[in-house]
Write a protein that binds this ligand. Structure first.
Ligand SMILES: NC(=O)C1=CN([C@@H]2O[C@H](COP(=O)(O)OP(=O)(O)OC[C@H]3O[C@@H](n4cnc5c(N)ncnc54)[C@H](O)[C@@H]3O)[C@@H](O)[C@H]2O)C=CC1
Ligand SMILES: O=C(CO)COP(=O)(O)O
Length: 346
């Protein structure tokens, strides 16, 4: 029998609510910290978060709170905060964290300064704590519906991997372990870029061949980028790579996909994001990854093309020509190793 945990979840949005509810349904004691007192009262009285997860009933073990100091007693603390606010929340919680607590990020974004992922932000702030990340094809609303779902817990600590499997794993949520923290986390951030492009392709009525090409070449491009930065390319054949890429590139539940869909219909990016009322990390990640790829000389035609459309006022036909009529000799089908890739480019 698994020993129940006291779990804190930072963030009152869609994913924070989904992860808090899994833990609560598994019999753990859960505090979800959120800054909006009305939302917290609603969760506690109605067992529903009508802004971020309307229509989903939340377990009574899940208690919302606006008192951040309550995290000091938690065994595991999840950070479900958009990357933009992540450092600020880390500063806010700093006085209440002690070194035995497990810190787990669910955030799929990148900090532009120093190209840091959230586990690195956590490690810089809390160098003595065990740290992990959760990533995978995990649409919050489908988790709320108990659709059969798998995720990945990545950590250098075996204790974190095992404990997270214990407290989150259940009949509808299976937790796989990986020690490639950087690869798992990078996969979750990168796929958001390609979800925007896929939403655009769907909105423009592009064919199934086109969508399959886009997803497959996205996988090749993100794996190439990740490997150049030190990730294990095989991680990208797992749930946090191709798995998450598939779900976000094909589902209108993905916010990044929806932003792409709206922009291709003629909406301005800011308008599309405002209409969403939730975070679409890919908008910011695109700029950060484009800069990094240029700095490191990594060939990323899809990132360049999407950046051209969203931020350089390029015409769609121009971008399509650039992608489809590029010098053929540089294009090889999916390859995994850097050596193999270079061999094809001799
Ligand atoms: N929604 C989903 O299906 C999934 C989301 N994720 C990732 O999880 C992260 C969080 O996403 P969601 O919860 O879906 O976003 P969301 O947009 O639904 O909610 C964000 C929450 O963070 C809160 N927040 C923002 N800044 C804050 C601050 N300074 N202090 C306190 N609270 C603050 C907001 O009030 C809101 O409650 C993102 O990086 C996302 O990519 C990961 C897996 C699935
Ligand atoms: O990461 C997600 C599913 O795994 C959610 O994607 P969006 O942020 O695009 O909704």
């Amino acid at each position: 029998m698994t020993e129940q945990a006291f779990i804190s979840v930072l963030g009152g949005g869609s994913f924070g609510t989904a992860i808090a509810n899994i833990a609560a349904e598994n019999g753990n004691r859960v505090r979800q910290w959120m800054r909006d007192p009305e939302r917290a009262a609603e969760v506690n009285q109605l067992h529903e978060n009508t802004r971020y997860m309307p229509g989903y009933s939340l377990h009574e073990n899940l208690i919302a709170s606006t008192e951040i100091k309550e995290i000091s007693d938690a065994e595991i603390i999840f950070f479900s905060i958009p990357s933009k606010s992540f450092p600020q929340v880390v500063d806010q919680v700093r006085p209440y964290i002690s070194k035995h607590q497990m810190l787990v990020s669910t955030t799929k974004g990148i900090q532009g300064d120093g190209f840091r992922l959230m586990s690195q932000v956590l490690a810089d702030a809390f160098p003595d704590n065990p740290i992990g990340v959760i990533s995978g094809p995990n649409l919050a609303k489908e988790i709320g519906q108990h659709q059969l779902t798998a995720t990945v817990i990545a950590s250098a600590s075996n204790q974190v991997r095992t404990r997270l499997q214990e407290v989150l794993g259940c009949r509808y949520f299976r937790v796989y372990a990986n020690s490639d923290v950087f690869g798992v986390e990078l996969g979750g951030a990168l796929k958001n870029i390609y979800a925007i492009a896929s939403g655009m392709a769907a909105s423009l009525g592009m064919g199934e061949n086109t969508k399959a090409m886009l997803i497959t070449r996205s996988l090749a491009e993100m794996s190439r980028f990740a490997e150049a930065l030190g990730a294990n390319p095989y991680t990208f054949l797992g749930l946090a790579g191709v798995g998450d890429l598939i779900v976000t590139c094909t589902s209108s539940l993905s916010r990044n996909y929806r932003v792409g869909y709206a922009v291709a219909k003629g909406e301005a990016i800011e308008e599309a994001v405002d209409d969403l009322g939730e975070v679409a990390e890919g908008i910011n990640t695109l700029k950060i990854v484009k800069d990094k790829a240029e700095e490191m000389g990594i060939y990323m035609p899809l990132v360049s093309g999407l950046h051209g459309l969203l931020y350089e006022k390029k015409e769609l036909s121009e971008v399509i020509d650039e992608l489809m009529l590029a010098e053929q000799s540089t294009d090889v089908d999916f390859v995994l190793s850097r050596e193999e890739h270079l061999k094809h480019h001799e």
